[in-house]
Design a protein around this ligand. Structure first.
Ligand code: ATP
Ligand code: MG
Length: 560
């Protein structure tokens, strides 16, 4: 037996292994509907399902729950496969499509009709709702409820054959219109939808509902533990009812709490609205909480899995701090991302006493957290760029960066002292003139004098141009859904594009997806919009770890 169970689902699995309930088998599935891209909430379900299979030497299927032709498509199938793989999971040859079971599901429905447990109903969707009753009032029976088996068989076949209009008929389970659980009040099993299916073409014009389809999919695949989110707890009774009536293999449905993240929405429907309205630039916009968006932003699978792990598995929904996600990527990249220098808002700095044509190639360590990361050479010359905000003509107290007459250190290079500034007609600073101390090479002085500020910089004669995209949360409210229209809570500053950035020349070979720490500025990832002439970087996250601070304040250590 592996390590102790780390959550209540693993406890159940272990009990079942012990009692031999499923003959010692553990078989889970991840069942996305291909109607959008996966988001970080799905990552939780993926890690849970594949993780349990891995831990207990079982199997996990990837199954597309593609029973609704209206919004599903191949684009999403492809993206979902890519995302699951990228997260580091493997379904081997166990890739399934619910739509492949349509014929079998139809046969099962015929069986229920023959048992007098299902009937064709002519009530409209509105009428069905009206007849259903409420939590406090029982429903009313449909006038079509007592059709004979033969009549039902005939009508159901004709539904399949396309003889009836959309919305004019449904197949319903015949259970109990007074049942305290509304899901048991003769739920709909099939409705007529005259739209082609992306895999089945026009073969079908009746499509199964989630409740009817999902239990069959799990049963057909001999799933042992069918893990789903809490909103399905009230449906479990129906899940079991269907399988009991058919007398077929019955997996165990277990519900767990949904993952939610502050300052974002996690619903494919809403994410789709963001994409369709052009609020973001596609499903993989780096601001999106989709796996594709996080990947493009620069998140690593390791950080996402770590995040999911820390949020735990519980029986209640949770809303997690965004800063925890950011903390996880910082922890990962701190160890693995090379440090480089980039100036996002450049101002020119001239070292007046430095020889005009001299270029020195200085040593710079790649990652102080990783001894094996080594060093690289960076060019230093008379003209460099520093960050505009690293100079102030009239600095307030506690401003330790460059100012007239003040000495600071240039990282990996020399001590410099500001002598004067040159301004344009409008009074903007055009150049800062400094002298350097030739005896301070490497950033250390002979006399051991100290300075409070250390600045990053790049050689103005060697640097590369870059575009840098800075991101903030997509929404200004912790819970964007708290207002009727979540779009009213969009953050107008969620994307800021800096087009005139300068980065050190060692980045000339950087590839799309490469990640770096820009000293003092955060972690950045090369975006796919990069061209031959211009690198484009996404800021993954700043360096300031607000999660660590928060955790300290709450006294909760490192865990959520
Ligand atoms: P959405 O509401 O975002 O469309 P969904 O549940 O409809 O999500 P599915 O494609 O049906 O999306 O989900 C596949 C699996 O992922 C399901 O088992 C579902 O319960 C799980 N899942 C979806 N969202 C979350 C979440 N926020 N946290 C944990 N699991 C989730
Ligand atoms: Mg769904």
């Amino acid at each position: 037996m592996p390590d102790k169970p780390s959550n209540f689902i693993e406890e159940i699995v272990e009990q079942d292994l012990e009692s031999g309930k499923y003959g010692g088998r553990v078989h889970t599935r991840f069942p996305p509907e291909p109607n959008g891209y996966l988001h970080i909430g799905h990552a939780k379900s993926i890690c849970l399902n594949f993780g349990i299979a891995e831990k207990y030497e079982g199997m996990c299927n990837l199954r597309f729950d593609d029973t609704n032709p209206l919004k599903e498509g191949e684009e999403f199938v492809k993206a979902i496969k890519e995302d699951v793989r990228w997260l580091g999971f493997d379904w081997d040859d166990r890739l399934y499509y619910a739509s492949d079971y349509f014929e079998q599901m139809y046969e099962y429905a015929v069986q229920l009709i023959k048992k007098g447990k299902a009937y064709v109903c002519d009530l409209s969707p509105d009428e069905i709702r009206e007849y259903r009753g409420t939590l406090t009032e029982p429903g009313r029976e449909s006038p079509y409820r007592n059709r004979t088996v033969d009549e039902n068989l005939d009508l159901f076949e004709r539904m399949r054959n396309g003889e009836f209009e959309e919305g004019s008929k449904t197949l319903r389970a015949k259970i109990d219109m007074a049942h305290p659980n509304l899901n048991m009040r003769d739920p709909v099993m099939y409705r007529i939808i005259k739209k082609p299916h992306y895999r089945q073409g026009s073969k079908w014009c009746i499509y199964p509902t989630y409740d009817w389809a999902h239990c069959l999919e799990d049963s057909i695949e001999l799933i042992t533990h069918s893990l789903c989110t809490l909103e399905f707890a009230d449906h479990r009774i129906l899940y079991e009812w269907f399988l009991d009536q058919l007398g077929i293999y019955k997996p165990q449905q277990i519900e767990f709490g949904r993952l939610n993240l502050k300052y974002t929405v996690l619903s494919k429907r809403k994410l789709n609205i963001l994409v369709q309205r052009g609020v973001v630039n596609g499903w993989d916009d780096p601001r999106m909480p989709t796996i594709a968006g996080l990947r493009r932003r620069g998140y690593t699978p390791r950080a996402i899995r770590d995040f999911v792990e820390r949020t735990g598995v519980s029986r209640t929904d949770s809303v997690v701090e965004y800063s925890l996600l950011e903390h996880c990527i910082r922890e990962d990249l701190n160890k693995r991302a090379n440090r480089v220098m980039a100036v996002l808002d450049p101002v020119k700095l001239i070292i007046v006493n430095y020889p005009e044509n001299l270029v020195e190639w200085l040593d710079a360590e790649n990652n102080p957290e990783d001894e094996e990361a080594g060093t690289r050479k960076i060019p230093f010359c008379k003209e460099i760029y520093i960050e505009r905000e690293d100079f102030m003509e009239e600095p307030p107290k506690k401003y330790f960066r460059l100012a007239p007459g003040r000495e600071v250190r240039l990282k990996h290079a020399y001590y410099i002292t500001c002598e004067s500034v040159v301004k344009d007609e409008d009074g903007n600073i055009k150049e800062i003139h400094c002298t350097y101390d030739p005896k301070s090479k490497g950033g250390w002085t002979e006399d051991g004098r100290k300075v409070k500020g250390t600045l990053h910089w790049v050689s103005a004669r060697h640097c590369l141009n870059a575009e840098v995209r800075l991101y903030e949360q997509l929404f200004i409210k912790e819970n964007p859904d708290e207002d009727e229209n979540f779009l009213e809570n969009l953050n107008p500053n969620s994307l800021i594009i800096l087009k005139n950035c300068k980065v050190e020349p060692s980045l000339k070979d950087a590839r799309v997806g490469d990640r770096f720490q820009f000293l003092r500025k955060g972690y950045f990832c090369v975006d796919k919009d990069s061209t031959e002439n211009k690198l484009v970087f996404n800021r993954i996250v700043t360096l300031k770890d607000t999660w660590a601070k928060l955790a300290k304040k709450l006294g909760s250590g490192d865990k959520s």
